[in-house]
Design a protein around this ligand. Structure first.
Ligand code: HPA
Length: 277
């Protein structure tokens, strides 16, 4: 079996050979948030299937491609379609792409997702900046031998979502007149939605939103000292908050309705971000 670090480096150099400008920021697009790629100028794409070692997505509403080009004046690379643990991948595959970005020298990451709202003040369609996360129920992507080239064995997670970026995003929302919520994102393995009791438990633990992604990716990004900004689109109220069943169509539909705000916010953030490394 190829060593994980070699596989990461091989994928990184394959992508680097295809790309002229090194991206300054990588963006992971969550469920229903893929249309942002149509805003990327001079865009080119790479199918995950063509990148050595890359997993391939299986979820509806997710394609599997990397789209790169210019957005709001910066060189960016976007993942349209991410890998979820519930799809059956080994957790090291779920976070593979993030490490490939790091190996390409990208140090800035925007992670986005669709999430269920636990905080009762939230409404479907709201955007929420992730202030922190609860990943206690998530498999650790750092389990096993530490890859020292990325970071240390016991990485600090106390400032997983950089305060400067949180403030930059809040200012961006003000400038765009977008209501921006702020809160803690909890990971649930899925693919089943949670029970009302699980949601009550998560609320007691301090969660404002729940979703099936993001935490593993942020953990490896922070292990490798990348700057991380997280944005959730609250696509539904979590189980039991309203007396109605949950479904994936609603998630995709609400994400679509929030698309305009989401795109405006992300573009403004990228525009205002003074990328230093
Ligand atoms: N729970 C978990 N994941 C989700 C939800 C939810 O309610 N909505 C969108 N992703």
């Amino acid at each position: 079996m190829v060593n994980m670090l070699d596989a990461i480096k091989e994928a990184a150099s394959y992508i680097e050979r295809k790309i002229t400008n090194k991206p300054q920021i990588a963006i992971i697009l969550g469920s229903g948030l893929g249309p942002l790629v149509s805003e990327i100028e001079e865009n080119e794409e790479l199918d995950y299937r063509d990148i050595p070692g890359f997993p391939v997505t299986t979820v509806e509403g997710h394609d599997g491609k990397l789209v790169y080009g210019k957005l709001a004046g910066k060189s960016i690379i976007a993942m349209k379609g991410r890998f979820h643990y519930y799809e059956g991948y080994d957790i090291s595959k779920v976070v593979f792409a993030i490490r490939v970005f790091k190996a390409m020298g990208i140090n800035n990451l925007i992670v986005t997702n669709a999430a269920g709202g636990i905080n009762k003040e939230f409404n479907p369609g709201d955007l929420m900046i992730i202030r922190d996360h609860i990943g206690l129920f998530a498999p650790s992507p750092l389990r096993g031998e530490n890859i020292r080239e990325f970071g240390e064995r016991f990485p600090d997670m106390s400032k997983a979502y950089g305060e400067e970026l949180v403030n930059l995003c809040k200012d961006a929302a003000l400038k765009e007149s977008i209501v921006l919520r702020e809160g803690v994102y909890a990971f649930a393995q899925g693919p089943m939605y949670e029970t009302p009791s699980e949601i009550r438990a998560l609320r007691i633990l301090g969660a404002d939103a729940v979703g099936m992604s993001t935490v593993p990716e942020v953990v490896v990004a922070r292990h490798a000292d990348m700057n991380v900004l997280g944005i959730s689109c609250i696509t539904n109220m979590a189980a039991g908050i309203l007396d109605q069943p949950l479904n994936h169509e609603e998630v995709i539909q609400t994400a679509k309705e929030a698309e305009k705000n989401f795109i405006a916010l992300v573009k403004r953030v990228i525009h205002d971000w003074e990328v230093s490394k």
